[in-house]
Write a protein that binds this ligand. Sequence first.
Ligand code: FRU
Length: 491
Amino acid sequence: LTGVPGFPLPTIHTQQAYAPDADFTAHWTRADAMQIKAHSNPSVAAGQNSLPGQLIMPDIPADFPTINPDVWVWDTWTLIDKHANQFSYNGWEVIFCLTADKNAGYGFDDRHTHARIGFFYRRAGIPADKRPANGGWIYGGHIIPEGAQEQVFAGTTYTITAEWSGSMRLLDPNSNQVSLFYTDMAFNRNAAGQDITPAQAVITQSLGQIHADFNHVWFTGFTTHTPLLRPDGVLYQNGAQNPYYNFRDPFTFEDPNHPGVNYMVFEGNTPGQRGIPNCTATDLGYRPNDPHAETLQQVLDSGAYYQKAAIGLAVAEDASLSKWKFLTPLVEANCVNDQTERPQMYIKDGKYYIFTISHRTTYAAGVDGPDGVYGFVGNGIRSDFQPMNYGSGLVLGNPTDLNTAAGTDYDANPQQNPRAFQSYSHYVMPGGLVESFIDTVENRRGGTLSPTVKVQIKSDASAVDLRYGNGGLGGYGDIPANRADVNIAGF
Ligand code: FRU
């Protein structure tokens, strides 16, 4: 890496693997994240995309179709085995989405406190260009019986609950037993919507069964909800330390290097009281004598220490995946960004990739990057992870003008690229296919599935495949299974 004139060099990361339970955390440093700005064009016309084309999702047309007239849809996941293969069931593809009722009198931006995990299904094995434009998904309703998830909060004070993201494991590809891992949320809010006490976030397991016949797919179970993990304030920040803590989005997997052991990655924050200015030289990551390095004092004076994202790791302590123990975070982004959401472990060609999603507006002072997917590569599930693409971490961003203020998805900056919030909550699927939801395109709100795109992943680099689909955009909500469940007992 030779670096970009006028910018610091990225941190040296060896990709060396450590034992999963070792006390080693990789750092996505300020020196790393600075590479995004270093590769952004400072002189594009306002509102254009300033970022390298191979790392940017093609423009979603403003006349996109919607998946369903009655429910908002955002974070979406698939039915996976321990290696993240995506299964169809009895000839049906199935997806799980956070959903909220469009007809209940609240808008897309109020969805989070109303989120329920819903499911959709469609026949497997039909090419995207033979399906309806919106992907042809049939809405199946909620997964969890009304109120069942509230058992986790028995004896506590709350005013409203929600079901936030997670993952769905097919426990045995020859049976219909499935395990939902999700984030059970309880909010205690006043009439103005402000927190009286910090929200409770509990990573929770619930078991159920998938069923299908010739006409439809349905689920049973999900009546018992087992709390698995609450942030301990020691390895992961909790609500007493920071009312705005992030703790959610469990994704479970097996490491081929540790057969029979189950791990979980999740979104967290570095522990400690909010507002204590304690980032370190390691978080900055500058090389000795780099003429473009910031001093620690400059960074602390900027207030960057309010942003302290962490990608967590836990290990299962029983075969039924109902008891878990925290391990040291895999990655921390202190003084870099506050949210590394929906992390997943993606194993390809002997390399271990962590993909995660993040926002422009959760960056710390002095560092910048678009909404989208970020990636880190190492030689094991715990590694000195190297941020992908010239050391920056950026893998798949929305078209964004980094020279112009962000605005928000609900209140656009008219000078900003009208697609800077076009998509979010991306999940990288087998073969490098990436699904996500549409947030805002030219001020039109989405709440529906994006066109699938494809990224080519090689070593520490990636590029959007512009030959995939139509100029790089595949079908809306094209989320294909790469494995078929062999159990055809339902027929
Ligand atoms: C990402 C996310 C997740 C969370 C959900 C809540 O879009 O912030 O981290 O589970 O949305 O709606």
